[in-house]
Design a protein around this ligand. Structure first.
Ligand code: GRF
Length: 219
């Protein structure tokens, strides 16, 4: 039997998606080993979650570096030192340059809180509300040099209900994020999903630009 997939998870905040990975591994739904959690911020709750699960942590403070590229070079070196099979961005709030990205293309994934290609960038749920959308959601995608633009793997939508504010949508979407993100990683670990030129494939079949549409039977 092959070794569990080695994950390095990058965070900047609460780490609820990190927790979803920890829990999915504990339940046996994700055959992986989180070899390190790296944060660009000290004192974030995600670091406590990692410590609680006995996962090695590192803080690499971007403010200590004179340029984005210098930070990215250090981050790359630190991540590579853990020999990851897959690098997981889980609320990592830094724009990454090719200095970091290039060695990891095809084994670097992100979760973005919108139904991509709608609303790349920030304030996604507010933008969905402002536009009068009936649905919000999240998308797991391979990371490429285009911000929030890499090929999608899986996407989950939730309804926007009358009277919703952003915090209600955040909570509803996060529940789905916690299901689809470990699932996408499991597909990667099993060799089922891969990045091809400008799209992702699942079981050898090209995925649509939305990725696989996840339907939650528990919702
Ligand atoms: C999530 O909304 C995710 O979609 C976005 O950043 C947030 C991270 O939340 N990329 P958490 O730190 O995992 O709780």
């Amino acid at each position: 039997m092959t070794e569990p997939c080695r994950l390095v998870i990058l965070i900047s905040g609460s780490g609820s998606n990190l927790q979803a990975f920890i829990d999915a591994i504990a339940r046996g739904e994700l055959r992986a080993h989180i070899v390190a959690v790296i944060s660009n911020k000290a004192d974030v709750f995600g670091l406590q979650r990692a410590a609680q699960a006995a996962i090695p942590t590192e803080i690499i403070d971007h403010k200590q570096y004179e340029s984005r590229e210098a930070f990215d070079a250090e981050l790359r070196t630190r991540v590579e030192s853990y020999r990851p099979d897959l690098v997981v961005l889980a609320g990592f709030m830094r724009i990454l340059t090719p200095v970091f990205l290039r060695p990891f293309i095809g084994r670097l994934i992100n979760i973005h809180p919108s139904l991509l290609p709608k609303y790349p960038g920030l304030n996604t749920h507010q933008r969905a509300l402002d536009a009068g959308d009936s649905e919000a959601g999240a998308t797991v995608h391979f990371v490429t040099e285009e911000l929030d633009g890499g090929p999608a793997i899986i996407q989950a939508g939730v309804p926007i209900l009358a009277g919703d504010d952003v915090s209600a949508i955040v909570a509803r979407v996060l529940t789905q994020e916690h299901r689809i993100y470990p699932l996408a990683a499991q597909w990667f670990a099993e060799g089922r999903v891969q990045l091809c030129d400008n799209h992702a494939e699942l079981d050898g079949v090209p995925l649509p630009s939305t990725g696989f549409i996840f339907r939650d039977d528990r919702a």
